[in-house]
Design a protein around this ligand. Structure first.
Ligand code: ADP
Ligand code: MG
Length: 334
């Protein structure tokens, strides 16, 4: 089976026979599923994300940061739907040694609860078992059903926006795993991005009614924007000159790889009509969060397919850049 998304589709094809008596408002395929509440205008947004030792983190990582990140990456999926985080459950597989001496787990929980308190989320249950360290969170948030930010809502002519500066988390990983040298100020920002991501919850809420579509950048901008393009039946054109510039002292080729192909940043990538520019700029200012307009959605003959070409970056001469070495994004099974 070629790749994570083909595998997920293969699994989901088998659920077609699933005779649900209460079908969801929105099933698999977006950052969250949406479930109707008893109030017709309100839905629950529900998401699950798992962090596995040796895949998503190293055993030697700081457990307090890891606890924060475990919850933050889930709240990021709620943010990508424009939902208010409310409740979470936590399933934990832990070493027997962690049960005997709970100092590692205590630090993990301190970070987890710090994140929960920061976003007003209640931990309402979970499961604990022996095993290699694995943490799986299910997060639930409330969203106005009509305003939920879906991947499929982009329209031709929409601006493409991104929050913050994606790329720093992968820079941090390159420094950590491959010893890539970074200037001290870049190192500090890269380590924060990698170990202490900030879920863009307030931004997601502010985009309710302003943006047409959104996704969080967990697997790399090209790949995640590709999901918006595919779900919306459009192509995405980015302008090289509008992308966040290479930080001083960082190799430009490495930066291009981190910015476009690197994941784990949890910034929001969203599309909005040209008429929303002023409001979006105002929203960014009120949140003290840079929001950058980086391209636009187009309708082309082949639009809507998850082909390598459904996201292009145009250089100053309006020529598509060769992005073949960056296309992969993050895929657990590639
Ligand atoms: P994200 O990066 O936003 O967490 P993923 O790329 O992990 O999303 O997943 C893509 C979609 O596939 C999501 O809607 C997710 O809920 C769904 N999905 C992934 N794995 C499974 C699974 N094992 N069973 C059901 N749905 C799944
Ligand atoms: Mg997501």
């Amino acid at each position: 089976m070629a790749g994570e998304f083909a595998l997920i589709e293969h699994l989901l094809r088998q659920t077609r026979a699933n005779q649900a008596t209460h079908p969801p408002v929105l099933g698999p395929g977006d950052d969250c599923a949406l479930i109707q509440t008893s109030r017709p205008d309100l839905a629950w947004a529900v998401t699950t994300d798992m962090l596995v030792a040796g895949v998503h983190f190293l055993e030697s990582d700081n457990p307090r940061d890891l606890g924060w990140k475990t919850l933050a990456v889930n709240l990021s999926d709620l943010a990508a739907m424009g939902a208010v985080p409310r409740y979470v459950t936590l399933a934990a597989a832990i070493h027997p040694a962690d049960a005997a001496d709970t100092s590692w787990l205590d630090a993990f929980f301190a970070g987890f609860i710090d994140c929960a308190d920061t976003y007003g989320v209640a931990l309402i249950g979970g499961d604990t078992t022996r095993g290699p360290r694995v943490f799986s969170v299910t997060a639930m948030g409330e969203v106005l059903a009509n305003h939920a930010l879906r991947r499929s809502g982009a329209q031709a002519g929409d601006d493409i926006w991104v929050s913050g500066t994606p790329g720093y988390a992968t820079l941090g990983l390159q420094a950590k795993l491959n010893g890539v040298f970074l200037p001290p100020d870049v190192t500090a920002q890269a380590e924060r991005a990698l170990h202490h991501p900030v879920p863009r919850v307030s931004l997601g809420l502010g985009l309710n009614g302003l943006a047409h579509s959104a996704i969080d950048v967990s697997d790399g901008m090209l790949q995640d924007l590709g999901h918006i393009a595919q779900a919306s039946g459009l192509d995405a054109m980015l302008s090289e000159g509008q992308l966040p510039p290479c930080p001083r002292g960082v190799d430009p080729g490495l930066w291009q790889f981190c910015l476009l192909g690197g994941g784990d940043d949890y910034e929001l990538l969203f599309t909005a009509p040209v008429s929303a520019r002023r409001d979006i700029t105002g929203l960014g200012n009120s949140l003290a969060l840079p929001l950058t307009r980086i391209g636009s959605m187009r309708r082309t003959a082949e639009a809507g397919t998850m082909t390598p070409s459904n996201v292009q970056v145009l250089d100053e001469a309006q020529k598509p850049m060769d992005l073949s070495r960056l296309r992969a994004g993050f895929d657990h099974f590639a």
